[in-house]
Write a protein that binds this ligand. Structure first.
Ligand code: ADP
Ligand code: NA
Length: 327
């Protein structure tokens, strides 16, 4: 299918890690090169307040999310980058969708069940989360939503909400497609778990201090069968190699794997190489982040500009919606 307009939500979290970068942000940058302003990236602060949070920390996290994504290469002069709450039509459309969505469709959402299980008192906003997400996407009539596997259920619900609205009132919304990039790597955790994730705490942050990154890399599990340097190792069993595969040139990984199999290279040496290769990626990002941090007004300005530019699209959709539903 053809991508004309892509929408992607960014959680306001300062703790963006190399899994997010290699698995998502890098792909967003590519989409931005293809689609320009029609690559829409939205920092979803209204979503962030559906769970307990600290107001002061949220403003900082919104800023950090913008900063780290811009530093990583998401160019706000080329794509569209803005903050959800700066475009109030998102919540307006979400309310309209709320009235048309069966509660049962929402209580069966896996993410809702997971998050609700962790709260003492479950806010209604947590239940409505996927309705707001549907509004985020549909208000721009986006045709494509790049997501991880865990979001497929929500995008299916978005399609259902669009279908239901179109059938009941007027054909206004396209049914957007989820796009799970088959080539996106899945970065393991530094603990050897299959996925690096901030909720597990097994991450390497994009903006982390190099010394701390090195300390973390030292702990990445190697082939457990390899005890002494003189033991041959099996790269397939080593998380160090899994990492290396995603950050180092293939020729280099192959040569190291050969040596490793023949007990010709120590784990610490490979970890040093891994550290160097990771820092080659992170150094320019960290330098750019430091620059942006010296000029926070620039970051807020581009976010405001982004909102100003997309708001007319959102307003036009709401105009159509109001007419269709009799408001
Ligand atoms: P986390 O799991 O750390 O909370 P998110 O769920 O916020 O990360 O994911 C944001 C984006 O980054 C999604 O597109 C997701 O698919 C991608 N992503 C998250 N973790 C990884 C990973 N370990 N490897 C590759 N991509 C990832
Ligand atoms: Na996640």
């Amino acid at each position: 299918f053809s991508m004309k307009r892509v929408f992607s939500g960014i959680q306001p979290s300062g703790e963006i890690h190399i899994g997010n970068y290699l698995g998502a942000i890098r792909n967003w940058i590519k989409l931005g090169e293809k689609l320009g302003r029609d690559a829409i990236f939205c920092i979803v602060d209204y979503h962030a307040i559906t769970v307990p949070y600290d107001p002061e920390a949220l403003a900082k996290r919104t800023f950090e999310a913008a900063l780290v994504n811009i530093a990583a290469g998401l160019d706000p002069e080329k794509v569209t980058l803005f903050v959800q709450s700066h475009v109030p039509e998102h919540t307006e459309l979400a309310w309209v969708f709320t009235t048309q969505t069966p509660v049962g469709d929402l209580t069966r959402m896996t993410q809702y069940k997971d998050k609700a299980a962790r709260q003492v008192s479950v806010g209604a906003g947590l239940l409505m989360y996927p309705v707001l997400q549907a509004a985020d996407i549909l208000i721009y009539k986006a045709d494509t939503v790049p997501v991880g596997e865990d979001q497929l259920q929500h995008i299916e619900l978005t399609r259902e909400i669009a279908r239901r609205f179109n059938g009941r009132f007027k054909e206004i919304f396209p049914e957007p497609q989820a796009f799970v990039d088959p080539n996106a790597p899945r970065i393991p955790g530094i603990d050897g778990k299959a996925k690096m994730s901030k909720s597990v705490g097994n991450t390497i942050g994009l903006l982390e201090d190099p010394k701390q990154i090195w300390e973390k890399i030292r702990t990445i599990p190697d082939d457990p069968a390899r005890i002494r340097l003189s033991d041959p190792g099996e790269p397939e069993r080593s998380t160090v190699f899994t990492f290396l595969k995603y950050v180092a040139p293939p020729g280099m990984v192959q040569a190291l794997a050969e040596e490793y199999r023949q007990a010709g290279v120590g784990t610490l040496v490979i970890k040093r190489i891994l550290f160097q290769e990771i820092m080659k990626i992170l150094e320019p990002i960290q330098a750019r982040a430091a620059e942006l941090r010296r000029d926070p007004d620039y970051v807020w300005d581009v976010l405001m500009e982004g909102a100003k530019r997309v708001r007319p699209i959102a307003q036009a959709t709401m105009e159509e919606v109001r007419q269709a539903i009799g408001l």
